[in-house]
Design a binder for this molecule. Sequence first.
Ligand code: NAD
Length: 347
Amino acid sequence: MPAKISIENVRLFGVASDVSKLIQGHNVEITKVYFSRETPIEEICEKLGNPDIIIAGSMITYDRELFRRLPRLKAVIRWGVGYDNIILEDATMEGVIVSRLPPYLLNDAVAEQTVALMLSLLRKIPQAHEFVKKGGWRISSNLNEFEQLVGESLEDKVIGFIGLGAIGFRVLELIKPFRPRLILVYDPYVSRDFIRLSGAVAASSIDELLTYSDIITIHAPLTVETEKLLSMEQFKKMKKGVYIINTARGKIIDTDALLWALENGIVKAAALDVFDPEPIPPDHPILKMENVILTPHIAFAASKTCKMMDEYAIEEALRILRGERPLWILNPDVLKRDNLRAKIRVG
Ligand code: NAD
């Protein structure tokens, strides 16, 4: 019987690669499944079809109940880097391996999108595009509208980084040639020396970063510590007219507080690739705000990156099915457990 790999809510899986070639010669079958956050757990399990491996998106939460309802499941592989939707302790207790893709696969793509969003915000590219498309580029057009397209440059800005890991560091490298006035970093888990050698200055607290930054870009993971890290209290401490870019996780920002800050001119404009909730409901007020750029969690989605993500995910799945140690395992303790569901040759 072929092993079953279910691809859960990963719309871009297979878009940039030939999946049939990736599994050629292996006794596996692949099914793509989709459901929403509201889908009842019984229906989720039915659609997943009791798979051996799940290549997972970031939509649903993987917890003990789900693992118990999928007795054949040996591993969940995140088609991405962030794994905040998988409860590692539950997976370990249930003998399920959790793995993800190596961060270096996505760094460049996410960093490029971050810089693109930053420049689009400052130079008002969506507004200029809209202006031309609706026929505004005529001598007789409204001069006031034309004047409003004047943007700002990075050169005189203080750019604040929340998180300086793989993606944050790449963004920092990309923006240095724009000669920003100062790059400030808040990352309690990175040494001051590393920050200094990167050409930045370590903020002694999140408050210091909020107070001095003209642009804030978020590159931290979603954790208990970072959930709603930017809430009302923090927005009130920000410089009036700050720009915000978030390509990390939506839940790091309190959405209602952000709306308030946008409406009250504290945040001049924001660019969000990630949002809370995802997908954004069609009647959400953020969709009507002209000073907000939104992209649908696609910062990673450059074709070369997507192709490599498919290849790495399938290779990791096949490795586990062959009984080899997964390369990108997040819960290595599971390999020592008696109830480990995969037959991995350890040692
Ligand atoms: P990483 O683990 O290399 O870096 C994260 C950095 O955040 C680390 O340096 C860590 O010390 C720091 N950090 C942790 N807690 C912090 C806190 N409380 N305050 C400030 N900094 C803190 O991860 P990465 O590869 O750079 O990715 C960052 C995040 O980007 C991921 O966790 C993921 O959620 C998100 N991401 C989004 C996309 C997308 O398409 N939008 C794609 C990939 C990753």
